[in-house]
Design a protein. Structure first.
Lengths: 377, 228
């Protein structure tokens, strides 16, 4: 029905413009002796107002004119003539005429303006949404390309050493322009070997991180002993340790916990690896495990290295971070993706991991909490 | 003959390790630095004949290193860049670097750039006559020859050729070329450059569509190769 109204708006408007005053007249004629002509005039005005609001100014004009005629003919003595005897009624009629026209035009204009304002508001809102969407898209594109740059930099760096080393060796073979000492030659072989491993580790790390982020990490939980898990990590880290010594300081009678032991062992290994990398030879590394409150086990690795400044302690857990100059660097320079992966693993098992100052002569303490898992059974 | 001294600045220890060993095997005297600041200190003590610096280093980046070295010396600088970093490369060249090598690179490519840098005569040879490769440019008589054939060049073409010959074998950015020949107000008009170099190619190249002398360095500029 509304569609019908919309399509035939003008037609309906004129219909209303005509029928309005007619209806008003028919309704009011029985009362014309009893009621003041002011009331009659106001009634007609109401009709004009109605027509103006819903059907616009032109129809309001028609309605106004018709109202004036009917008001005169049916309601101003002598009735049923257009003659008006009382000069005061001339004034009234004239005033009515002016007011009717004015009211009609004003309300039509007001309605039109309101509609326009609403339309403009909608357009503005749409434009704003489009702009902020485009802005967000641009920012995410910029971020993506900056991340991509950071990753390709980390992939190209080992390749650079490898390429430079191998082409030197090839040149020695082919051109005889240079002659390398055995130690010199050996150094190129070592670099190629080490950098290949580095490249592989980096790729491996990226894949693991991608899995963590996609939630595709296969978490297989089993009841296991905290001691065993730590022992396997320490054993794996044996060859890294060198001249440092590891102190294992676990609480006695730790409960078994329901976790993915393999990946947690990986986390402990990473923490040990970092501790070794950043602490001097002959220093101590302390591993501890204890029961914390709320059904959690806390495992910590402490070292005597240079320490991590408080401002960096959150950043080192993300795979990329921003420097003050807003450049993006991968955390791989030095720490590798290990901590990012560690966090991913720990959090996927309901725990949390953080860095704090060490105690008792240790500078850095990296600790994580893992739920014992009683409530999962 | 005294071996030439090279300073290598790169924050990646494996890269400096390899470059040092390889360049020493090629009979250069090499020192290395792991960042811009210590690189500049070493520059002042070591007085190298050539500097190789990485572009993307945390803290002081390669461009700043170029700027600072250029501020105190005319020594040739080669930058190590990554493919796709065209804008940084151009910035480095405009900041004073002479040439670039893209990582990863074969050692032969780096060595060729080093040799070219050493071959370029210092600017005190601004004599009346320049002879390089297949080209002779007689500044007094205002004549130019390629392989003993005289070239008929317009004044601007002559200026352009002179600049190319004087700065042969190294990469020249659009901005550097435009600034040298048309002045600093025209450094955006790469169209001019293309048209003039196109005309120059027609006059000096055997096969203008396969240029051997005026080589294009995509996105960066051009390189003038004085012998075929």
């Amino acid at each position: 029905m509304f569609a019908f109204i919309a399509r035939n708006r003008t037609l309906l408007g004129y219909l209303a413009a005509l029928s309005g005053p007619i209806s008003a007249t028919i309704l009011l004629i029985p009362f014309r002796e009893a009621v003041n002509s002011t009331i009659i005039a106001l009634a007609f005005l109401l009709v004009v107002l109605f027509v103006a609001t819903f059907f616009g100014s032109r129809t309001a004009l028609v309605s106004s004119c018709l109202s004036v005629i009917f008001f005169n003919f049916y309601f101003l003595p002598p009735y049923h003539t257009l003659r008006i005897d009382d000069p005061r009624n001339w004034m009234a009629l004239f005033a009515f005429f002016v007011v009717a026209i004015t009211v009609g035009q004003l309300s039509a204009t007001a309605k039109r303006r309101a509609e326009e304002a609403e339309r403009l508001f909608d357009e503005l809102q749409e434009a704003f949404e489009r702009a902020s969407h485009a802005e967000a898209l641009k920012r995410s594109e910029k971020l993506k390309s900056a991340l991509l740059d950071a990753v390709t930099h980390d992939l190209r760096t080992p390749l650079t050493s490898i390429k430079a080393a191998i082409t030197t060796l090839i040149e020695e073979q082919e051109s005889r322009q240079i002659k390398l000492h055995p130690e010199g030659r050996r150094e190129f072989f070592d670099v190629i070997n080490e950098e290949t491993d580095r490249l592989n580790n980096f790729i491996q790390g990226m894949v693991e991180l991608a899995k963590i982020e996609a939630g595709a990490l296969n978490v297989r939980k089993n009841w296991g002993s905290v001691q065993d898990m730590i022992d396997s990590a320490v054993k794996r880290a044996e060859k890294l340790i060198g001249s440092r010594h590891i102190i294992v300081d676990n609480e006695r009678d730790l409960p078994s916990f329901f976790v993915d032991s393999r990946s947690l062992s990986e986390v402990v290994y990473t923490l040990l690896d970092n501790a070794v990398k950043y602490s001097p030879a002959d220093s101590a590394i302390r591993m501890s495990a204890r029961l914390a409150d709320a059904g959690m086990i806390e495992i910590a690795v402490e070292d005597q290295g240079r320490g991590i400044p408080p401002g960096m302690r959150e950043k080192v857990f993300s795979k990329f971070f921003r420097t003050e100059s807003e450049e993006i660097h991968t955390t791989s320079s030095g720490l590798g993706l290990g901590l990012a992966i560690a966090r991913g693993i720990v959090e996927s098992q309901g725990g949390k991991i953080w860095i704090a100052d060490g105690n008792d002569g240790f500078t850095t303490r990296v600790a994580f909490l893992i739920p014992v898992g009683d409530d999962e059974i | 003959m005294e071996p030439k001294k090279i300073l290598v600045i790169d924050d990646e220890p494996q890269i400096t390790r390899v470059l040092k060993s390889s360049l020493i095997a090629h009979r250069y005297d090499v020192r290395t630095a792991a960042d811009g600041d210590s690189g500049l200190d070493l520059f002042r003590d070591f007085h190298p004949d050539l500097v190789i610096t990485d572009l993307s280093m945390p803290e002081m980046n390669g461009i700043e290193v170029c700027r600072q070295i250029r501020g105190i010396s005319e020594v040739p600088i080669i930058v190590l860049s990554v493919r796709g970093e065209e804008r940084t490369k151009v910035e480095a060249l405009d900041a004073g670097a002479d040439d670039y090598v893209t990582k990863p690179f074969g050692i032969d490519e780096l060595l060729a750039r080093i040799r070219a840098a050493f071959r370029r005569a210092p600017d005190d040879k601004r004599g009346a006559q320049m002879e390089t490769g297949d080209f002779i440019v007689d500044l007094e008589a205002h004549r130019a020859y390629v392989k003993s054939t005289e070239l008929h060049l317009t004044p601007k073409e002559f200026e352009l050729l002179t600049y190319l010959v004087r700065n042969h074998s190294k990469v020249l950015t659009h901005r550097a070329l435009l600034s040298a020949v048309w002045g600093d107000n025209f450094t955006e008009q790469t169209e001019y450059l293309r048209v003039f170099l196109g005309n120059l190619r027609k006059k000096i190249e055997q096969d203008p569509s396969n240029p051997r002398y005026i080589l294009t360095e995509p996105w960066v500029g051009y390189r003038f190769n004085p012998s075929e």
